[in-house]
Design a protein around this ligand. Structure first.
Ligand code: NAP
Ligand code: GLV
Length: 308
């Protein structure tokens, strides 16, 4: 049987070594060198090859090399094939670093100070203490819950919103569409860590921004399509929002003429908030293949009906 890898070459070499050590009878192949398609039972990819089911009729598992699976057309996966999203610890660690960096940057007015530096202006802006700032995280999964944990020592008022109710010590939690407005009404710094689904597409829009505190900041580390970019530009222009820190964009790479590149209130990074660690990713796959061979429950299985 074959494990087919379709992702970065450097990560592939780490996975090949680890999987061959663990499963000597598993043939490790790198796309497009698939060998006998009938032998392909496992595929790891960011985007799968087209016609996956037809090409590999004996496919059992598809591993997303990232936490998100919105890049994969779930309806095109053959029924009976399980899709697993990546939940290795390095992803959460990276997101906690980036999210904390971004929340502190928003809290301490970094976008405005960077802009003042560009104009050689030595100007002190009013400071707000962390205990007087409300940070809200949309999405309380592996990454959102991890970020809230990292933010705890700073003393912010912490809030979180998810689909189903959660209890997280020291965090006011809200759930479902009915509790979105009460969640937003408290927030000075909003972080989006939702998966991209039909329900969450465009959720960072003018209605959401209007519900936040005046002068709030928005941090998008989910997906570009969570954000209605025109609504963000309008909210920054009207000073409803003070700043935005964006790691993702609707079109990646961001087009050269896009207003975000030079916007004085926007800090932009090229989808680097967290990246799957090669070793951690290999361990995740090994652990799940072991479970699969032992007929045990797998971790990170995507619920096709929810889309994440
Ligand atoms: P996860 O563990 O599946 O958590 C998703 C969270 O979002 C859950 O708490 C879920 O609620 C909530 N949610 C989903 N749909 C919702 C809805 N309609 N309304 C309210 N809450 C909803 O995912 P994760 O591992 O934390 O990753 C989250 C996302 O981060 C990924 O999908 C990806 O898009 C993004 N990401 C970005 C980067 C980057 O570098 N920028 C890196 C990795 C991941 P329940 O708990 O009730 O199910
Ligand atoms: C990156 O964006 C991921 O989903 O892992």
């Amino acid at each position: 049987m074959t494990f087919l890898f379709k992702s970065e070459a450097r990560r592939g070499e780490v996975w090949r070594t680890r999987l061959q050590r663990e499963f000597p009878n598993l043939e490790f192949r790198v796309w497009p060198d698939v060998g006998d398609p009938l032998k392909v039972k496992y595929v790891a990819c960011w985007t799968p090859p087209a016609d996956l089911g037809k090409k590999f009729p004996n496919l059992e598992l598809v591993f997303s090399v990232g936490a998100g699976v919105d890049q994969i057309d779930l309806s095109a996966l053959p029924s009976g094939v399980k899709l697993l999203r990546m939940t290795e610890a390095g992803l959460a660690a990276g997101m906690s670093e980036y999210g904390t960096l971004a929340v502190l940057a928003a809290h301490r007015n970094l976008p405005a100070y960077l802009d003042l530096q560009r104009t050689r202006a030595w100007k002190q802006l009013p400071a707000v203490t962390a205990k007087d700032r409300s940070v809200g995280v949309m999405g309380l999964g592996v990454l959102g819950a991890g970020l809230l944990e990292s933010l705890r020592p700073f003393g912010f008022r912490l809030h979180g919103w998810s689909r189903s109710s959660k209890v997280i010590e020291g965090v006011s939690t809200f759930a479902g569409p009915d509790e979105l407005a009460p969640f937003l009404s408290r927030i000075d710094i909003l972080v989006c860590l939702l998966p991209l689904t039909d329900e969450t597409r465009g959720i960072l829009n003018s209605k959401t921004f209007d519900a936040l505190s005046n002068g709030a900041c928005v941090i998008n580390v989910g997906r570009g399509a969570h954000l209605v970019e025109k609504d963000l530009l309008d909210a920054l222009a009207s000073n409803k929002l003070r700043c935005a820190i964006l790691d993702v964009a609707n079109t990646e790479p961001l087009p050269a003429d896009h207003p975000f590149w030079t916007h004085p209130k926007v800090i932009l990074t090229p989808h680097v908030a967290s990246v799957t660690d090669a070793e951690g990713g290999a361990e995740f796959v090994v652990a799940n293949l072991r479970r699969h061979f032992a007929n045990e429950a797998l971790t990170g299985v995507v619920d096709m009906s929810r889309g994440y």
